[in-house]
Write a protein that binds this ligand. Structure first.
Ligand SMILES: CCCCCCCCC/C=C/C(=O)SCCNC(=O)CCNC(=O)[C@H](O)C(C)(C)COP(=O)(O)OP(=O)(O)OC[C@H]1O[C@@H](n2cnc3c(N)ncnc32)[C@H](O)[C@@H]1OP(=O)(O)O
Length: 305
């Protein structure tokens, strides 16, 4: 309860979480206790990093990421994100999610580099499990998921967008999206690679990953990394229009089809999850990799001066 109050401090779904009776709780598939809300309520909740606005009429929740300055994916952010998606997954009325950014110019800067720099193996392992969990929740969601990419979206940000069913990006050539890990001297893990291959195909992924390509918006559309470009101000409304087409499909048919397409990729991570964490920890804690991260961060900061 204390954790939930921390995570959902300004929850306005039916009143404050503290007022929820025991009856108002439900157990998630992973055994976690989560708040469960009556059928006819309109819902809006704010956590430290996310705003979730649920429209009961459409069955669509808009999840807005707000972690200044660049929505980098820290351990706390990822934990909140996974809990929020799980909560929506359990809400029978929620059929779709639009994921967007509440910050100017950036959808998400990807993994918080500071979570991987100068940290011990235990922290790195916990962080990586949270990264895996975010992807498992989003890529494996039964809900319709639309990324409204209203800014740049490198690396982990691109992974988040690719984990959705459909991507709409702001038509701004200054915004870029891609898996740029090699530019940092690190390597996109196999499930990042699989997700990209499932999205844009083998050859385009091979090029993109080795070169660490960050595609500007027009190129992202050309390679199929995003599905639509729209004027910046219209990203959210275009996402609403797009999701209405998906909502017209019977859920069970769409969900089984989605699972058929994605399950082999998800199972591959699930069956190698601990090994993937061990690989990450031994890779990221190497002196040479730490040095690469340090140089990259310094370059990022120098760009400003
Ligand atoms: C074998 C296999 C095993 C596994 C091997 C390991 C696999 C690891 C997989 C890794 C996946 C990743 O996502 S790695 C993360 C990759 N991400 C990136 O390369 C993004 C880098 N950031 C950017 O390009 C830009 O910041 C961008 C997002 C476009 C926004 O540009 P802006 O000009 O608006 O903002 P900036 O001035 O650059 O940034 C504002 C501040 O945020 C900081 N900042 C920016 N991105 C940050 C980030 N990702 N993490 C932390 N801090 C970040 C900057 O340093 C600034 O800090 P101050 O100067 O203090 O204000």
């Amino acid at each position: 309860m204390a954790t939930l109050l921390k995570l959902f401090p300004t929850c306005t779904w039916t009143g404050r979480l503290a007022h929820l009776s025991r009856k108002g709780w439900a157990q998630s598939r992973s055994g976690r206790l989560l708040p469960c809300f009556p059928a006819s309520q309109r819902c809006a909740s704010t956590t430290s990093y996310l705003t979730v606005e649920m429209d009961d009429n459409t069955g669509v929740a808009v999840v807005t990421m707000k972690s200044p300055p660049v929505n980098s994916l820290s351990l706390d952010f990822l934990t909140e994100f996974s809990i929020s998606i799980e909560k929506l997954e359990m809400d029978r009325k929620c059929r779709g999610v639009i994921l967007t950014s509440g910050l100017p110019k950036v959808f998400s800067a990807g993994l918080d580099i500071m979570e991987m720099y100068g940290k011990g193996p235990e922290h790195c392992a916990e962080f990586w499990r949270a990264v895996q969990e975010m992807w498992l929740k989003l890529y494996g969601s039964n809900m319709i998921t639309i990324a409204a990419v209203n800014g740049s979206s490198p690396a982990g940000g691109c992974l988040m967008a690719m984990a959705c069913d459909y991507r709409i990006m702001a038509d701004n050539p200054k915004y870029s999206i891609g898996l740029n890990e090699t530019l940092l001297g690190i390597v996109a893990p196999f499930w990042f690679k699989d997700t990209m291959m499932n999205t844009i195909g083998f050859r385009a992924t091979e090029l993109a990953l080795q070169l660490g390509l960050l595609h500007n918006a027009p190129n992202a559309l050309r390679v199929g990394l995003v599905d639509e470009l729209v004027p910046e101000k219209e990203v959210l409304s275009a996402a609403s229009t797009a999701i209405s087409k998906w909502l017209a499909i019977p859920d069970h048919a769409r969900q089984i089809t989605k699972s058929m397409m994605r399950k082999p990729t998800i199972d591959r991570l699930l069956s190698h999850r601990d090994q993937d964490i061990n690989n990450f920890v031994s890779f990221i804690t190497k002196d040479s990799i730490q040095k690469s991260l340090q140089v990259y961060m310094e370059r990022l900061k120098q760009r400003k001066t």
